[in-house]
Ligand binder design. Structure first.
Ligand code: SF4
Length: 78
């Protein structure tokens, strides 16, 4: 599985997506506050468009997208 919206790629079948996302976020400079990211993530986790770790609307890992300040939900939920 590959995130279409960023450079995160799984290199092994049993890769830990959360670890990959944390690594990628350490390279980002425009992060949302923890409070905002948490609220966005909670919305994503109940979203009908979520497919596992991925947003079915944009193809991003939803936890990654939720942590970026300038991103919005492609379905308008946040
Ligand atoms: S970003 Fe929006 S559409 Fe995508 S999973 Fe989250 S709430 Fe759903």
């Amino acid at each position: 599985m590959t995130c279409k919206g960023c450079e995160i790629k799984e290199e092994a079948a049993n890769v830990d997506v959360d670890v990959l996302i944390e690594e990628q976020l350490r390279m980002e400079i425009d992060l949302a506050s923890q409070q905002i990211a948490k609220k966005r993530t909670e919305i994503c986790e109940t979203c009908p468009f979520r497919v596992g770790d991925t947003c079915g609307k944009c193809g991003c890992y939803y936890k990654f997208r939720a942590n970026l300040s300038n991103k919005t939900c492609p379905a308008g939920y946040w």
